[in-house]
Design a protein around this ligand. Structure first.
Ligand code: PLP
Length: 354
């Protein structure tokens, strides 16, 4: 019988805060592809790999933390769950809540959620509350709801989320045999850069790796508080998943940057959309805009001559492109190139084959 990946709790149980009695709520997340990228390796003069997190059950890396957080919440008797979300946290939480039988409540910025992500929360049965404000306002309210009402908070300030998200770093090491020299990823609320750093550190402490990677985080220029050092009150970027002005994991992101001798820099929306396009046309990987910011950042660093020659580099692609087709198609004019009668000659002509 074919071996089936069991999900991150069963695959990495000894590294996670779960006990024998914890009921595991899983959609068999994790075990995502690590793809060698010839295009990026050639472009930046290094050995570049892509960790394709859009291949998780709900289409983003959020599922890694959600399985742990939901399992622990069920063990502790939770009946309802809440999160603030730019879309992917709610997509993930609602799916795991459905599986666990919890009631999901979702707070999202009014009118600022990609259609695919909104659809996920709705079909999984969430009560979706749109807040007139941004993600940061939603997070304040979600925290207050969890403080005052019988509902558990599932944002990455729930420490179980970060615990589960470490498993992506474990998978990278298990696949490559050691940690990379550089790990590149998008940064929004900064939970993931925190989680990768902790995961690499845990493996290094246990003697599973010979080195720690430099952590290179990239924010969108219109939402780059970790680059400028000041809270952004009205963050703005096409990359909605990283449209965060006051990251919850601010301090731990700075720690990951400094302890790893890394960097957190900004990339423009134009660079993000170009990287999204290039990933789709050159590598066959369709990511949402936020997910392309790591690739945009790596290319920027290469132009500045800052990618160490022959370094082994892993770039996390955080979420799937199908979640936000409107943005992906916005630049491409008409969706179809031509309309013809049902005739082979006309088709050959339209396809440029003659
Ligand atoms: C959540 C998310 C991010 C940002 O991750 P943080 O942990 O908030 O820094 C980036 N890309 C996608 C697709 C996401 O869903």
């Amino acid at each position: 019988m074919a071996h089936q990946w069991r999900g991150v709790v069963e695959e990495y149980r000894q590294w996670l805060p779960v006990g024998a009695a914890t009921p595991v709520v899983t959609l068999r997340e994790g075990g995502t592809p690590l793809l060698s990228s010839q295009w990026l390796s050639r472009s930046v003069g290094a050995d570049v790999w892509l960790k394709v997190e859009g291949d998780n059950p709900t289409g983003s890396f959020k599922d890694r933390g959600m399985t742990v957080a939901m399992s622990v919440a069920v063990e502790q008797g939770a009946r309802a769950c809440v999160c603030a979300s730019t879309g992917n946290t709610s997509a993930s939480m609602t799916a795991y809540a459905a599986r666990a039988g919890l009631r999901p409540v979702v707070l999202v910025p009014h009118g600022k959620i990609a259609a695919g992500k909104m659809a996920q929360a709705v079909v999984h049965g969430a009560t979706v509350v749109q807040v007139r404000g941004g993600f940061d306002d939603c997070l304040v309210i979600a925290r207050q709801l969890a403080d005052r009402y019988p509902v558990v908070l599932f944002n990455s300030v729930n420490p179980m989320r970060i615990e589960g998200q470490q498993t992506a770093a474990f998978e990278v090491v298990d696949a490559l045999g050691d940690a990379p020299d550089v790990h590149v990823l998008p940064v929004g609320n900064a939970g993931n850069i925190t989680a990768y750093w902790r995961g690499y550190a845990a493996y290094a402490d246990a003697g599973m790796t010979t080195r720690l990677p430099r952590m290179w985080g990239f924010q969108a220029a219109g939402a780059a508080p970790l680059v400028t050092g000041v809270v952004v009150s009205a963050p703005d970027t096409v990359a909605t998943a990283i449209r965060v002005g006051n990251p919850a994991s601010w301090a731990s992101a700075i720690l990951a940057r400094d302890a790893s001798h890394g960097r957190i820099d900004a990339v423009s929306d134009a660079q993000i959309l170009q990287a999204q396009h290039d990933l789709a046309t050159r590598e066959g990987v369709f990511v949402e805009p936020a997910s392309a910011s790591g690739v945009a950042g790596l290319l920027l660093a290469a132009r500045q001559g800052e990618v160490p020659e022959e370094a082994r580099v892993v770039v996390t692609l955080t979420g799937h492109g199908l979640k936000d087709t409107a943005t992906a198609l916005a630049g491409s004019g008409s969706v179809v190139d031509s309309v013809i009668d049902a005739d082979v000659h006309a088709a050959a002509d339209a396809a440029g084959l003659v």
